[in-house]
Design a protein around this ligand. Sequence first.
Ligand code: UDP
Length: 316
Amino acid sequence: MQTALVAGGAGFIGSHLCESLLKDGFKVICVDNLITSSKDNIQEFIDNPNFKFIEHDVTKPLEIDDEIDFIFHLASPASPNKKSPRSYINFPIETLLANSFGTYELLLLAKKKGSKFLFTSTSEVYGDPQVSPQTEAYFGNVNPNGIRSVYDESKRFGEAATMAFVRKFNLDARIIRIFNTYGPKMQSDDGRVVSDFIMQALHGKPITIFGDGKQTRSFCYVDDMVLGVKAAMFKENTKGQVINLGNPDERTILEMANLIKKTTDSSSEITFEECPEDDPKRRKPDISKAKEVLAWEPKVPIEEGIKKTVEYFKRV
Ligand code: UDP
């Protein structure tokens, strides 16, 4: 039986990844310090004998006896909405360190254990992009000291650290850049657009669009994302590669507000609030590389994914 360590395994994408790896027959070690994630996300399989949870901050060395075949590094706060208690804006130092020291510690562990390594970077490395769609070759347009810089710049550092270990130590590591992802197990107070709009619509509260709603994002359903993350780790020819993962189906935020209002059959009004600083205006992945190298592309249409996510939020 092979062992996979998932750092950030109690988070939104991490918990889906743990569940999927358990189904695939892996022993899974979930490492998380729970600052923005939740043990509720792993409750369904916490008693599975092949699952082990370690509450630990990845910025500190991790002493572990087990053999580890694969290390997935997803441990970082990820929401930019400063109104959310889970936002990286409210954990600026933790975010900087999770993606810098945390990546370094996990890379050292991968080197010591001979593990394959995957670093989850982000579409945020493209900043407020001046080209669309974004290919992996685009270097981005990032404010190096703006409010989002703790996330963007530390993810960029994490990418550089990962590639340094590939070049210097021949580590079998790869980088994925995750674009907006949604689905069950997002935290209801996460502050991201899909969870905010669904919670507001379900509770008859105003649906709060930041700015004019013409900014775009491209939303990927979490089940599709997990398949992409696994493909990036397990497929041949991914060592040293940087690969965008996301759904190229680009939507305006206003369209999302209307879709969620319709899906929830809500009478909430749509309101417009001040746009946050450095909010990217467009975001759409070019996934040609993922299609070619991983034979992966998202399958779940936005209407279907939103329906499933609404069902989840009605239960929690
Ligand atoms: N947004 C919004 N209302 C909200 C939360 C977010 O209009 O309640 C906007 C936000 O300003 C951004 C987009 O939705 O333009 C996506 O925001 P999110 O925080 O989900 O992700 P990111 O900015 O990282 O893509």
